[in-house]
Design a protein around this ligand. Structure first.
Ligand code: UN1
Length: 511
């Protein structure tokens, strides 16, 4: 596999043949089952990982709880300085880490680098934030009283991340949690465990250099650890990224013990192509949105809702673009579309196409498995386009694959109703040069999603905004803006500096 320098990348990232899959900053505890990580790019075994047993998990949690007591006392800007060093370290490792992301997950090398860039960006954001964890002051209704609010660290944050963003989503959570004074315990997806180990290796050198307790960053692997996190009363906040089905279970389990959650679940993102759209711009937005990351982003474009007057033109432009797509090894920069994560995902993709046909969908661009030389992993599929109706069960369902459903509309109100007419509410977009349509789409009677874009596709959000969505997407927000507030506990403080004790609400209580 070394045409692309994978061995060298693994070496630089400190990854050995059998990796210890549970670690705090310095100690490794790994006595659980072995999981194997195969690359969807060429089907090769990349490494074996010893997962966490229940005892390993306990040891990591002990370290985390211990570390919290020390970490929360370090002034926030000092914590920010340590996160700044993490960003510097990630800059150094951008190349090998981006490569590993591409090889283990299957996204294009450019997107692998892009993901590491998002990690660097969130570090920079978090450094600034470490001096801006602001609360408000209020005017008390009582004389000689002062009222304000402050934010304290919430404790241990459990991060359960998905395969499709093996490193970036963890960093959005961990970097913010760390400047907030929390410690983090991370369970990466069992489909991409080596990415987790690589990140932990990078972070632990920074912790060690700064004499910071090792439990600030803990890594646990294997699916059992996910349930241990959900049920663990010591974990104040669980940030979960994944399917709506599993998210529902996480939500119930954590709520049962009154823990908090940030849920980033499924999306079913649509682009509205108006009769006032610039079709050449739609092209890049829609094609990258639908086939980029082989359709495996939460924000991937699943539906195109096209005005009837520009329908034929848009379809013909799309068909032409799809015919030029190069499918192949994601590390080869000439390719546009890499593999799906595994054969299970290929099965889901093929079944979705069948289901769409059964419900009356019409194939516009034919899909299918790609076979032959270079496609031995069995994970490569052809991006396809299906003309469908919004109410089809399969259109209402998120399939993590490059399937794009196209449909027609005649009025903007109808288009918005279609865009909103799915159970999920993550990302949405309109291509239009009409100010009226744009403002309607962004208004309270417009898109019901957490992300609503104009003349930009549905995927590729910047870290500076709060990321997340409504309805079955779970309602959580992470990354930028004031998403940090979920990682802290808010305290309202009232101080009486007078000599009387007047009660609130005008209550008289004479003794
Ligand atoms: C995800 O798919 O889980 O907006 C996150 C985007 C990326 C994040 C996607 N910044 O496509």
């Amino acid at each position: 596999a070394d045409q692309f320098g994978i061995k060298e990348a693994l070496k630089q990232l400190g990854i050995e043949a059998i990796n210890e899959g549970t670690s705090t900053g310095e100690s490794n505890f790994a006595n659980g089952k072995i999981i194997e990580s195969y690359s969807p790019a060429d089907g090769a075994l990349i490494g074996k990982v010893k997962t966490s047993s229940k005892e390993d998990y306990e040891k990591a949690m002990e370290k985390a709880s211990e570390a919290f007591h020390e970490w929360r006392m370090i002034p926030a800007p000092k914590r920010g300085d340590i996160v700044r060093q993490m960003g510097d370290e990630l800059r150094k490792f951008k190349e090998p880490l981006g490569k590993l992301v591409s090889y283990e997950m299957g996204k294009s090398l450019q997107e692998g680098y892009g993901e590491v860039q998002e990690m660097i960006d969130i570090c920079d954001f978090a450094v600034g934030l470490s001096r801006q964890l602001y609360g408000l002051t209020m005017h008390s209704e009582r004389p000689l009283h002062r009222m304000y609010e402050q934010y304290h660290p919430i404790g241990t944050v459990g991060i359960i991340s998905a395969f499709n963003f093996p490193v970036a989503v963890w960093s959005w959570n961990a970097m913010i949690a760390w400047v907030c004074g929390d410690v983090a315990i991370w369970k990466p997806s069992s489909k991409v465990p080596l990415c987790g180990i690589a990140c932990q290796n990078i972070i632990k050198t920074v912790l060690k250099r700064n004499n910071v307790p090792e439990g600030v960053s803990c890594l646990v692997t294997g699916n059992e650890s996910g349930d241990l996190i959900n049920n663990d009363k010591r974990i104040s906040l669980v940030s979960f990224t994944g399917s709506t089905r599993i998210g529902r279970h996480v939500s119930k389990t954590v709520a049962e013990r009154f823990g908090n959650t940030i849920l980033e679940l499924g999306g079913n993102n649509a682009i509205i192509v108006s009769e006032h759209a610039d079709i050449s711009m739609v092209l890049v937005g829609a094609v990258f949105g639908a086939v980029g990351t082989a359709g495996q982003r939460c924000t991937s474009t699943r539906r195109l809702i096209i005005h009837e007057s520009v329908y034929d033109k848009t379809i013909s432009v799309l068909k032409n673009a799809y015919s030029q797509l190069q499918i192949g090894n994601p590390l080869d920069e000439n390719n546009h579309v890499g593999p799906l994560i595994d054969k299970g995902a290929v099965k889901d993709y093929l079944e979705a196409i069948e289901a769409a046909k059964k419900e009356g969908g019409k194939i516009i661009v034919e899909g299918g498995l790609v076979e032959g030389e270079g496609y031995e992993s069995g994970c490569y599929v052809r991006p396809c386009i299906i003309e469908a109706a919004n109410h089809f069960d399969i259109v209402q369902t998120e399939t993590f694959a490059p399937i794009l459903y196209v449909m027609k509309y005649s009025t903007i109100e109808e288009a918005i109703a279609m865009q909103n007419g799915v159970p999920q509410g993550l990302s949405s977009s309109i291509f239009t040069n009409s100010m009226r349509e744009m403002e309607l789409f962004l208004s309270q009677s417009g898109s019901d999603c957490g992300i609503a874009n104009v003349n930009i596709g549905t995927s590729g959000a910047e870290i500076g905004g709060a990321f997340g969505g409504e309805k079955e997407t779970g309602g959580g927000r992470e990354s930028g803006s004031d998403a940090w507030k979920a990682y802290m506990r808010r305290q309202t403080n009232t101080i009486n500096y007078g000599t009387q004790l007047p009660l609130a609400q005008g209550i008289k209580f004479d003794l």
